[in-house]
Design a protein around this ligand. Sequence first.
Ligand code: KG4
Ligand code: ZN
Length: 336
Amino acid sequence: MRILGIETSCDETGVAVYDGEHGLLAHALHSQVELHAQYGGVVPELASRDHVRKALPLIRHVLDEASTDGTKLDGVAYTAGPGLMGALLVGAAVARSLAYAWGCPAVGVHHMEGHLLAPMLETERPQFPFLALLVSGGHTQLVHVGAMGDYRLLGESLDDAAGEAFDKTAKLLGLGYPGGPALAALALRGTPGRYKFPRPMTDRPGLDMSFSGLKTHAMVTLKNSPNDEQARADIALAFEVAVAQTMVIKCRRALEQSGLSRLVVAGGVGANQRLRGALEALGESLGVLVHYPRFEFCTDNGAMIAYVGHERLKAGVAQTFSFATRARWPLDSLSP
Ligand code: KG4
Ligand code: ZN
């Protein structure tokens, strides 16, 4: 089965072709970072318009790269949510129109299920069941993954998602959008131990998290520090270490409570090297195998959507011509 995947939930147009027999045949990404940078964040209407401009040329390019065409496809998958409504509608309309023209089924995919299963694109795939730490711009969740579609939420951030906290703290520190990678780069020049940030919600039982307090802590520390580059780097480092260590504590707890022996880390913040290093060390100490998607598939991409579309169509998902896109969509409402 050969599937075209289209991702347009936010500020990246991602397209890929996944083949059940040969794996990922081609993928490409157009990032809108430059378009939104001058506004300090994503402007939804500009995002939608750019997806309109980029989707078809990118699809043509990826089909060429994969040496295939619409007549050889068995389906078109697109992100149906969660995400920006206008941006989602562009992907859904393009995908549904192409599928109709090519006479193949179209399937709407849950964006976070895409992130969750992105490590399946690698040669060393995680075996079910596993614990997933989903860390993106909009979500921070610990999920018990029993099988494809069998997702049980164990804990989540009660306020800002980790990526959101990275972005907001980066803004405080005078860094541009997107903030996560910029803050991580600044933290590399930080002095270890100069500031110690709290590890929120780790002194009580449970797997929920909270990151907005760390952002406030960064703001207060910044106000009481000398106004220089070194102080900003030291704050960036203390913030990053606090986020990573908080997640390590929560993951350790979730692994011990669930008895799971595999951990999957996915979503944009999963690209953070310090977090990866800390979770790697946790895995070694517990004898738990830690899986990540390759770096470029941590953040939004078409490959993860094509893969989930492939699995859903293979499992015989029901076909219909009506469709809905959803700005909000709980992951644990999906079915196997
Ligand atoms: O998964 P993703 O591309 O989009 C969503 O589904 O939200 O995640 C984007 C988020 C942003 O908040 C971005 O700042 C963060 O991931 N991010 C990082 C890094 N790379 C991306 N945060 C920390 N360190 C990074 N290296
Ligand atoms: Zn995402």
